[in-house]
Design a protein around this ligand. Structure first.
Ligand code: UDP
Length: 376
């Protein structure tokens, strides 16, 4: 079986790392990097050492404006799919690269597999939300990370088994909702591997880092926060008034905006420990040793949950609703009062159980791809 995997952003490199390892045991995989994230510490760092295998194709769409970027990715992916003729295309999450992969697979008539299918936050205005919806609609096989994700699909009329009588014929499985499986979260697999193999280690800025347990970890990168001067100012102002050390690995998009909006003064505050984006193993170390985590990242919300670190989410809604229902994560938007309250509150979450699977999502995905798409 030949699998074409599309990646382009940091969280996709992390998710694909685990699935690639599983599928490459028995099958051919072509990895295509769209170039959406192209800074060294957002991209290259995830392809060295034990990370993602090196890409077979690089599309270099990263520096183009959004519409042009999507078009470049689509054209590049379509050409690769036509040339390589894979049995299935695998896309991850909810970025522009995901959508480009979904469109190019549909255009070339190749069945599409979506990893992290069915996630919804209910906010259609977010680009990530409509990318998730469109990708799910186009997918032949939908790998959900949770039962709630399966229910979200069902509510939208994407039901397991519809569109394909046997689910095994390449022509028929292209119809939406053919196969829906709750496999759990591939990021849980990655985290467990990192912890079990002792890979988790402090970043090279370690000399400047506060002691474990004596800092808050913050990440900000969503367009709704980073691209709006008012929201970004409130968030940065809140971070420096918390009265605690805040370790802040700054996403390039956020750094660009901080500079454009003239907010650099906040980064120079003595409470702020500003570092470059961390590698994955270093980031897990930072999460594990934080007193609390303040973030607008989807992946970091879950990592906080897995590591039993209380999370404060700088959004009004989340796709990872289980973490909020259990009191392990609190949604504060960019409300200064709510941020301060949440940082001061005692942690009373329920971290028991395993709403996002057993840490074997990558293996399940590989097995199901083989079952449905291996040429007979
Ligand atoms: N991450 C990382 N270095 C950092 C910040 C985040 O390796 O400096 C990891 C993080 O641990 C998680 C993933 O990147 O696994 C989340 O990606 P991001 O926050 O960029 O995107 P999102 O999850 O919101 O789509």
């Amino acid at each position: 079986m030949k699998i074409a995997t599309v990646v382009g952003t940091r969280p996709q490199f992390i998710k694909a790392m685990m699935v690639s390892k599983a599928v490459r045991k028995n099958h051919d995989e072509i990895l295509i990097h769209t170039g959406q994230h192209c800074d060294a510490n957002m991209s290259q760092v995830f392809f060295s050492g034990r990370g993602c295998p090196a890409p077979d194709y690089y599309i270099d769409a990263g520096l183009a404006a959004p519409g042009r970027q999507l078009a470049k990715m689509f054209d590049g992916l379509k050409a690769v799919f036509e040339w390589e003729k894979p049995d299935v295309v695998v896309v991850y999450g909810d970025s522009r690269s995901t959508l480009a992969g979904a469109l190019a697979a549909s255009k070339t008539g190749i069945p599409l597999a979506h990893v992290e299918a069915g996630l919804r936050c209910g906010k259609r205005a977010m680009p990530e939300e409509f990318i998730r919806e469109l990708t799910d609609y186009l997918s032949a096989i939908l790998f959900c990370p949770s039962e709630i994700a399966v229910r979200n699909l069902n509510k939208e009329g994407i039901i397991n088994g519809n569109g394909a009588a046997s689910g095994k014929e390449t022509d028929t499985v292209r119809f939406r909702g053919s196969i829906i499986v709750n496999v759990g979260d591939v990021m849980y697999d990655a985290l467990q591997e990192c912890l079990n193999n002792g890979n988790c280690s402090p970043p090279s800025a370690a000399g400047r880092l506060p002691e474990p347990g004596e800092y808050l970890l913050a990440t900000v990168h969503r367009a709704e926060n980073a691209d709006k001067k008012e929201r970004l100012s409130v968030i940065l102002e809140s971070l420096v008034t918390l009265g605690e050390k805040v370790v802040f690995p700054v996403h390039p998009r956020t750094m660009k905006r901080i500079s454009e909006f003239n907010l650099g003064g906040y980064l120079a505050h003595p409470n702020m420990v500003v570092i470059d984006p961390a590698g994955y193993d270093e980031m897990i170390w930072l999460c594990k040793n934080a007193r609390k985590i303040i973030t607008d990242s989807g992946g970091v919300q879950k990592e906080a949950f897995y590591l039993r670190v209380p999370c404060i989410t700088l959004r009004e809604e989340t796709e990872w609703t289980e973490t909020v229902e259990r009191g392990c994560n609190v949604l504060v938007g960019c409300d200064r009062r709510l941020i301060l309250e949440a940082v001061g509150a005692s942690a009373r979450g329920d971290w028991s159980g395993s709403p996002y699977g057993q840490g074997n999502a990558s293996w399940l995905i590989s097995r199901l791809l083989e079952e449905y798409f291996c040429p007979r």
